[in-house]
Design a protein around this ligand. Sequence first.
Ligand code: FAD
Length: 396
Amino acid sequence: MYRFSETGRCWRLVVIGGGSAAAVQVRQGDIPPQDTLVIADRLGTGMEFLGDSTLQSYADELRLSRYEETFQLGMTGRLRPSAAQFDAYVRESLLTSGATVKSARILEIEGETGKFLLHVLNGDGRISYERAEKVVLATGSNPRTPPPAWAEAGAVAHDVVHREHAVRRTDRWADRSVLVVGSGNSAMQVASLVAPDASEVVVLGNRYVGMFPIESADKYSWRAPSQLTCELVAKSALECGRPGWHTPCVRHLVYDRLDVRDGEVMWTYRAGDNENPLGSRSLSGRCRHARGRLINGGGSAWEESRRIEDTAVVWATGCEPVLPGGALVESLARNADGAILTDECGRTSVDGIHALGACAGQRAVNETVPALVRGRLPFPEFLSGRGLPVDTEVPA
Ligand SMILES: Cc1cc2nc3c(=O)[nH]c(=O)nc-3n(C[C@H](O)[C@H](O)[C@H](O)COP(=O)(O)OP(=O)(O)OC[C@H]3O[C@@H](n4cnc5c(N)ncnc54)[C@H](O)[C@@H]3O)c2cc1C
């Protein structure tokens, strides 16, 4: 059955998503905004759940267009904007881009290059259709949710803490032990948020990432907002439980095993895995909370446990891509993390479908590059045998 689009128009490009990647595409890509339809179920950054928290990027790193005459995010005297400020900037950038912007959700994409059909779920529940020569996925990612056994025990993803903190709800973690599972910035930032109200906080990472640039040259390792948690670990190691102490008890451990069963959360850790500035200050015996049970004769590995009913567990183990449904999108080649594989022009393994931003594994706004830019491309190894022509000129 042939399904007509509401406008009867076949768009040169439909961009799906209303975040920073969509804005980068519309503002920096080669296809003019007037030939572009943006469809998003929400306009603004996917980081909006961080509310008034300061982002770790500097304002200028978050610039969405190289061509902006006045940079709307420039704030006198502040290096970093809040997530709420960036959210407003992304929205404004899309609405003033010249592209047609539609508020709706894409359920499915079918068809082939030159004639894609997009199934659109509108706000009033009506299904309509749009046609496109090319489609760009800018659909972002969501925080990873805890595995089923942990979710059943009450564990939540880290965005839940930010959302509750933004409306001053602290009952999930106030006066309780908080275990934050994860080793990146998200884990460290959640730890600093819950620390003032929790009875103790333990960050359990599968590795030690370290502070950028002192301990690691990787710019995605801990940055300024994570520094507070580092400081709390060091200060509480000196003070926790001592007369006159006032620092929340925070520890950081690289764990060996982590399990939930029989109403308890338990983890094991070894001194050898924690020979770093935070781990060495978090081992068993450091304070009244750190009471591990020795599990080897040599005295360098411990097991700790907490009763689930006294504990809040927060999952901060990264993100996974958000994608529309349908066989075509399901067939896209992915990397080990689940992100869509693309070449440097955003081409995916399906001709005519491109991707950028978090759904394509681009980790920051200033790493987000527009798809569909002119250029002669070498045939990418990973797309080999997936139907893309060799050395194609990417038409804009
Ligand atoms: C805690 C945390 C802190 C971070 N801090 C920073 C930072 O300081 N600096 C930085 O550069 N990056 C940071 N990041 C990474 C940041 O999230 C990404 O760089 C950026 O938000 C990705 O933008 P995006 O447009 O790809 O996705 P998003 O901003 O998530 O946008 C995706 C959009 O697609 C829409 N959408 C999804 N599916 C559909 C559909 N089927 N139909 C219609 N619309 C759809 C969504 O509603 C949304 O509008 C942080 C991430 C986290 C988790």
